[in-house]
Design a binder for this molecule. Sequence first.
Ligand SMILES: Nc1ncnc2c1ncn2[C@@H]1O[C@H](COP(=O)(O)OP(=O)(O)OP(=O)(O)O)[C@@H](O)[C@H]1O
Length: 545
Amino acid sequence: MTVRAGGQGPLILRGASADFLDGGLNAVIGPSGCGKTTLMKAILGILPSEGDAFYGDARITRSEDLVGRVGFAPQFSIAQPKLTVEESIGFTLQLNVAESEQRSARLENILQTIGLADHRNKRVESLSGGQLRRLGLGLELTLDPHCLVCDEVTSGLDPLSEDQILALLRSLSERDGKTFLCIIHNLAKLELFDRVTVVYDGDVVFQGNNEELCAYFGIPDALHLYDLLNQQELAYWQERWAEGKAALQTPPPQPAPEPTVAHPGMISQLITLLNRRLLLFFRDSGYLWLTLAITFGFPCLVVIFALDGLPQIETMSLERSGGIMQQMVDSVEYRIENMKTASLVTGLIMFQVILLTLMGSNNGAREIAAERTLYEKERLSGLSVGAYAISKLIFVGVLAALQGAWMTTFVKVICQFPGPWLWQIGVLSAVCVSMTFVCLGFSALFRSAEKASLLSIYLVGFQLPLSGVVLALPDYLIWVCRPFINGYWGWAGYMRSMIDSRIFDAYRDSNPEWIASPALALTVLGVQATVGIAMVAIGCRKTQW
Ligand SMILES: Nc1ncnc2c1ncn2[C@@H]1O[C@H](COP(=O)(O)OP(=O)(O)OP(=O)(O)O)[C@@H](O)[C@H]1O
C-alpha cells in the first residue's frame, strides 16, 4: 500500500505489503511515526491509498465492504463518556443488530466476555484505562466480526491490565477463531503473538513469529530491535526483506466469512440516535445548564434593555388612528420622542436576532466535530450517513426552533411589540434554526471542534456590522453582503411585520429605504438553512478520522 500525507503530500507508506495470519494474534510494531496506524487505516479503506487490500480472497474496494466482518478499535476511547457501560453497548447493539432477541442475548454475552458485567452501571468517564480498552473491544464485538483491528489496545496500561487484555484476545481467538491485528508498543509481549509485522519508515521490513524475528535480525530479544533498525537506511532493510520474504508461510486465502447479523434500517437507526442524543442532553449537566441559561437568560437580557422605554413602546404599539393621536403626530416634540422609541425597538429586535444567532452557534458548532471519531467508527460498523445527519438536524433544529419561539414570545409579551404572532415567531425561529444549521455544517465539514466553533463565532460576530442595520453599509456592499447575513433578514422580517403600527411609521420617517417582508425574510432564511443542510450532508459523507 502507498499512502501520501493528505493524499498529495510526502509519502507515509511506501508500497508496504503484508499478510496476516487468519484466526490468530498478529502484532504490528515499529518505531513511533513509522506508519503503523496509517497501514491499518489504508487496509480498512478509511484513508486514500494506492494498492490492493484483500480480506480472505475478496478485494476490499470500500470500507463498507468490511461492515460486520472487520471491527476497528481506534487508539483513543470511542464511547460517549456520559453513558454507562451497559448503555454504550446497548445503543451500539441497537444501531448494529436488527433482531431484538439477538441484541439482548449478545449484550449479556459481551458484558461477560469483556469482564465488565459487574461494572455495567458505571459511566464510561469513570472507567480505568484497562476497563476502557475492554469496553472498546466489547463495542466491536456487537457485530461479532471475524477480524478485529486494535490500535494500541494495551498502550498506557499497567502490566496486569495489559496481560488481562492480551489473555482476553487470546481466548477470543481460540474460542471463536477470531483474527486480531494489534498495533502494540511493548516489545516484551511479542511472544504472546502468532505473527509479528515490523514497520519501519513507511514499509514492512519483516513478518514472522517472535523467535523468527530474533533470528532474522540476530538479536537476543525483541527489545533490541529498534536500535538495530535505526543503524541502517530503509533501502537496506527493504532489500533484505525482499529476499527473506520467501520464507514466510501463509496459507492460501480462504473465502471471506460473511457477516453474521442483519443490520437495522435507517429509520430504526435514526430513532436510536435521537434517543441517545436526548439522553446525553439531559445527562451532560454542563451543556444542559449552558443551554438553559442562554435560552432563558438571553430574553431577560433583551427585556432589561427595554425597561426604560416600555411605556413609550406600549403607546406606540397601537395601530394608526385619527383623532387625538393624529393631532399629536404633527407635534415636532412628539415626533422626536417617537423616533427615539422606534430606534429603541429597532435595537431591541436586532439584539434578539444577534442573541439568537449566538444560540445557533452554540447549538451547532460542536455537535458533530466533537464526536467525529465515534461517528466514523460507528459508520465503519454500518451506521447510515443519512440517519446520522438527519438525527443531528432534527435535534438541533427542534432546539433552535424552541429557543426562537421562546425568545419571541417572552420579549413580545413583556415589551408589547405589535404585529402578527405567527410571522414574528416564524422569522425569529428561522434565524436561530438557519444559523444552527450553518454552524452544524461547519461542525460536519471540519475535523476539529475548536475550528468549527471559531468559525461560527466569527460568523455571529459579523452579523451586526454587515447587516447594515446599525452601521450603514456603502451602497455597493449592500447586496453583496445581504444575502449571506442572517441577522439582516431576521431583523427586516420582524420589523416589517409591524407595518401597521406607529412604531413602523416612526422608523420610516427617518429611514425610507426598502425593508424585506416577513415572507421574503423567511424565504431567504430558508435558503440559508438549506445551505446549512447541504454542508451537513457533504461533511457527514466525508471520511475524517
Ligand atoms: N494527515 C496527515 N498529514 C501529514 N502527516 C501525517 C498525517 N497522518 C499521519 N502523518 C504522519 O505519518 C507518519 C505515520 O503516522 P502514523 O500515525 O501512521 O504512525 P504510527 O507508527 O502509528 O505512530 P505512533 O506509534 O506514534 O502512533 C507520522 O510521521 C505522521 O506524522
